[in-house]
Each structure stands twice: as C-alpha cells, then as structure tokens.
Design a protein around this ligand. Structure first.
Ligand SMILES: *Cc1c(COP(=O)(O)O)cnc(C)c1O
Length: 408
C-alpha cells in the first residue's frame, strides 16, 4: 500500500456551505474528501466503491501514485511556459500520441469540448482552403460532443437545440448506424462527418464496425473528413487503445479528453498531416499544452502501454459484462451494451435508474459500502470504473448492485 493522505476529520455534510455553488446539476448530499484507487470516502467517513470515476476520467483510479508522482515532479520543474513557447513535455506527449494513433499532428486543449470545438474549426478551415468554402459537419441524433455553443449544436441531445438558442448552424443530424441517412444529408456544403465510436451520454450506444468502415469508405470516395470524438472511448476505455481500433480504420481527425489526463484537465485534437491546415493565429488557448498536465498524460500513457494493461481491461470488462448480463437476464431487459469498461445495463421500469443509483449509494445497512453508478438515462445505468479495477472489486460491485436492485 502506498502512503496515502491522512484521513481528514469527520465533518457532517450539513456543515458545508453548498449554496455558494451554482446549482447546475442535482447532486447527492454527500461531500467527498478523499479517494484511493476504486474507493472514494465522504466527509462523514463512509466508503464507496466508485464505478463512475469522475465521469470516466480516472483511468488509473483515485489519487493514483503514478499521477501524484508526475504532478509532484513536474510541479517542481516547470508548470507552464505559456502558449507562445515550446515546452519539452508537450512535444513529447504529441509525439507519443502520434505514434499510438497514426495521426501526425496534435493540438492540446483543457477539455473534451474544447478539443471538439477545435476539430470543428479545423474541418471548417479545411473546407475553406480545400473544398470551396464547405462548412457543414454531419453529426448524429443523441450524440454528445460537449457544452460550448458549437459543440452543443453539434450534439444531438434532445433539448440542446432550444436551450441557448439560436444554435451555431451547420450541423445536420443523421441516424447512427444508418449510412443512407448520412448519404441523404451530403451536399456541396458538406466537409465532414463527426461521431463517437460509442455514444456515451446517449446510454452507451455502439456504432457498429461495419458502419464505421462504411463511413470511412464514403468519406474517402467523396473527399470528406471523418472526425471521431474519442473523448470517452479513447485511452483504453473499450479494452483497445481507441474505440475505433476494432473497426480497423483511421480517422482524419480524432479528439481526446477524459481518460487522457487520468483526472486532470487535458484534451487533444489529433489530425492527419494532410488535414492539419491551421495557420499561425488560427487556434490557441492560454493553458493549451501546459507542461504540468502533459506530464500527467505521459504518465497515464506509460501505464496504459505497459504489457498486460489492456488485456486486464478486457478481462475486467468481460467479468463485469458477464455479471451485468446475468442481472439483465433475470430482469428480462436484454443485452448489456458497450465494450471493455464502458458498459450499460437497462432496467425494467422507466425512471428507475436514478432510484437504483440512490439506493446503491446509500445502502440501508450502515456497514455496507456505498456503490457509485451513473444513471446515464432514465432507464439505464452506466459503468465506467477505473481501468485498473481489481477482480474482487468488480465482484463486490456486482453484489452491491444486486442488493440495490432488490432494495429499489
Ligand atoms: C465528456 C464528453 C465530451 C465533453 O468533454 P468535457 O471535458 O466535459 O468538455 C465530449 N464528447 C464526449 C463523447 C464526451 O463523453
């Protein structure tokens, strides 16, 4: 066991002035103060087995020693040289990502949305310089690409179209796994097609390998760019390095976020050399490529590319899937969705997911640990544990989930 921060004093949740925060989401009353691996402790001292992991960001779990070391070491050397200067960590990370992805050029961001915003800008720039001003990016119903104005417009989440109207134009929506619906939207203004290999926020809906290959062929034939949003599916989440690995294709542009930083804010926009058409002054950001975050991402990639890491993700994914499928069979709710450690289970009743997530977090027996799962849709739960979760932790999670299902 590595040295860990001392347990903070017990503080009741009610002692925290929560009202100082804007309410932008419904959050449970618990206040969390400490984490380690797959475990998270609240301020009243109760432990929780965490299968949400900061919304699929903590690749190596909470307070991973690899990340703590990278942060401590880099913090004493160089935090940020600034967007106008090169730093050694950003160059090394870009080179590493190029080797791993086959996409030669990289621009760093501080979030997934910002990476996608950059991808959209790069596609529009490409349209200006190579495709006679074409600017439309075909995206998909129920897609999620982030919360900036352009990425909300690119998203197909129901309600996003009205929320901060008017939307940014230029994002016609097709249906996932329906090539004809994409073909029907292609016109002289089309420059790209953009999608998630697995729609995460929509409830873990997979684009089939055949669909991805069909899109690749269609884009090649028509000179369009294929943009993959791998913010959730990248960095080993699906048991392979990228969500598209299984389809055997190469995108023209790919975005990363979440798992890349293992919990710290960093995203990346990767592109093929031939597509990388930003000129100096087109794109930037104060924190882009800051050395501290790049050092952490390098530590994450080191762990991810250790021999045996991805096979273990596949093994834990298979274990979790088998257990979830047994529950689904008992509930009569069909096939567990997803790949690797990005999985979703449907529940029998509409609006049951939040209830089950609540029951799991606060078991009636005070000696039982809480279980954190995400009610991704009203009727489905999503599971995105740390990629290094242990087999006995997966087994315990399945037991706790089963109890919560009985209790709710
Ligand atoms: C989370 C997510 C985003 C947005 O990333 P942020 O870091 O929250 O801006 C974009 N696309 C996908 C597929 C995501 O899952």
């Amino acid at each position: 066991m590595h040295a860990t921060a001392p347990a903070p004093a017990i503080t009741p949740f009610s002692a925290y002035p929560v009202q100082s925060l804007m309410t932008v989401a419904h959050k449970p009353a618990q206040v969390f103060t400490r984490g380690r691996g797959s475990w998270l402790w609240d301020s009243e001292g109760r432990r929780h087995l965490d299968l949400v992991q900061g919304w699929a960001v903590n690749t190596l779990g909470h307070a991973a020693p690899e990340i703590a070391e990278a942060l401590a070491e880099q913090a004493t050397r160089l935090v940020q040289a600034g967007p106008g200067l090169h730093n050694d960590r950003a160059i090394k990370l870009a080179h590493r990502l190029a080797e791993l992805s086959g996409l030669e050029r990289c621009f760093f961001t501080s979030s997934g949305a910002e990476a996608n915003e950059g991808a959209i800008k790069l596609a529009r720039k490409y349209g200006q310089v190579r495709r006679g001003g074409a600017f439309e990016v075909i995206t998909f119903h129920n897609a999620f690409h982030g919360r900036t104005l352009a990425t909300m417009s690119a998203s197909g989440k129901p309600g996003f179209d009205k929320l901060f109207a008017p939307q940014v134009p230029g994002f016609p929506k097709a249906n996932l796994n329906d090539l004809a619906s994409v073909a029907a939207l292609i016109g002289p203004n089309t420059v790209a097609v953009m999608l998630e290999p697995i729609q995460g926020e929509a409830g873990v809906i997979e684009a089939t390998p055949e669909f991805l290959r069909g899109l690749r062929a269609m884009c090649d034939e028509l000179g369009l760019l294929l943009i993959l949003d791998e913010v959730q599916t990248g960095i080993g989440r699906t048991g392979t390095l990228w969500g598209h690995s299984e389809a055997g294709i190469r995108p023209d542009i790919m975005t990363l976020g979440k798992g890349l930083g293992g919990g710290v804010p960093i995203g990346a926009l990767l592109a093929r050399e031939a597509v990388s058409c930003f000129a100096p002054g087109d794109q930037g950001g104060t924190y882009c490529g800051n050395a501290l975050m790049c050092a952490v991402a390098l530590a994450v990639l080191d762990a991810l590319t250790e021999p045996g890491f991805l096979p273990a993700v596949q093994a834990r994914g298979a274990q979790l899937r088998t257990g979830l499928q047994a529950l689904a069979d008992r509930l009569g709710t069909g096939r567990v969705r997803g790949r690797g450690l990005l999985l979703a289970l449907d529940l029998p009743l509409a609006d049951q997911a939040a209830q089950v997530a609540d029951a799991a977090r606060q078991p009636t027996n005070a000696n039982t640990p809480g279980l954190l799962v995400n009610a991704v849709r009203p009727q489905s739960l999503r599971f995105v544990p740390a990629l290094n979760i242990a087999g006995d932790e997966v087994a315990l999670a399945l037991t706790l989930l089963q109890k919560a299902l009985v209790a709710s």
